[in-house]
Design a protein around this ligand. Structure first.
Ligand SMILES: C[S@@+](CC[C@H](N)C(=O)[O-])C[C@H]1O[C@@H](n2cnc3c(N)ncnc32)[C@H](O)[C@@H]1O
Length: 268
């Protein structure tokens, strides 16, 4: 085996690798979302938005099911990858480049989703609040925002590491995301994302520091209350079993919040 070459950038800059590692994980989330829209949204759900859509692994499957989908992401490579897949399947390009904390849609959607921690990329309190405000402008009243994130449990130590492995033909990717340190005061969790990419003749590595904002359950609910634009209607865990909502508590880590777009004047 040759020496390992360090590739520039992070995993999000290599959408084909991202897709190999995470792209096959869509069925449970898709069926969960369909059931949640059916059960909790007021009115028909036809128009969907995914902020931080990445490669569009979920958007694409929803478009195949005749939903009208739109997504955006900060990373132009991810957006191009998403749109190329749509074009290959004869679908209208669905993604554009934008920032979760500062965007505007010309026409509101019925529901939105953001499933795997992307929200925590917004490391400042102001960005998180701006995101929920932009989302409230993008989703119609009675519509939903399904938001999945890892909370910081307070009754037990938080998880420190996650790893994934995926293979296609002769390409193998091992990915490890681990906590380097937590700054409880600034609420920033510093990670290292490492991906080892193997082909029969080459070995590459991607190594990228990442920062996520930390939320205890109380801090997350406080954020929701501050804006007054979203009402929590149910919470699930990452098993995506829509029949079994959970009651989150101080030991909850995996949480998928079903938020309903409410009228701020009616619930104060
Ligand atoms: C974990 S990936 C999730 C991608 C996709 N939602 C999925 O479920 O596969 C996180 C995504 O967030 C995007 N991202 C990070 N910060 C962002 C921001 N401020 N605005 C928009 N996208 C952002 C990254 O480029 C990346 O594609």
């Amino acid at each position: 085996m040759n020496q390992t070459d360090l590739l520039p950038g992070g995993l999000y800059d290599y959408p084909a690798y991202y897709e190999l590692v995470f792209g096959s994980d869509w069925r449970a989330e898709l069926h969960f979302l369909l059931a949640i829209f059916e059960r909790y949204a007021e009115g028909r759900v036809q128009r969907l938005l995914e902020p931080a859509c990445g490669t569009g692994r979920l958007l694409f499957r929803l478009a195949q099911r005749k939903f009208h989908v739109t997504g955006f992401d900060l990373n132009p490579q991810a957006v191009a990858y998403c749109n190329q897949r749509f074009a290959r399947h004869g679908l209208r390009p669905a993604a554009f480049c934008a920032d979760m904390a500062d965007f505007h849609l010309s026409r509101p959607v019925d529901a939105a989703f953001n499933m795997i921690n992307s929200f925590r990329h917004l490391t400042a309190a102001r960005q998180a609040a701006d995101h929920l405000r932009c989302m409230a402008q993008a989703v119609r009243r009675g519509g939903l925002y399904v938001l999945g994130l890892h909370l910081t449990p307070t009754a037990r130590p938080p998880m420190d590491e996650e790893s994934w492995s995926a293979r296609r033909g002769h390409l193998l990717i091992n990915t490890r995301l681990y906590t380097v340190r937590r700054d409880w005061k600034s609420r920033q969790e510093h990670f290292m994302m490492e991906c080892d990419i193997y082909t029969p003749t080459k070995r590459h590595r991607i190594r990228e520091p990442m920062v996520f904002r930390m939320y205890t359950l109380r801090q997350f609910r406080q954020l929701l209350r501050q804006g007054g634009l979203w009402q929590e209607v149910a919470v699930f865990d990452f098993t995506y079993d829509w029949r079994h909502p959970i009651t989150p508590g101080p030991d909850t880590e995996d949480a998928v919040f079903v938020l309903k777009r409410c009228d701020p004047s009616s619930d104060r």
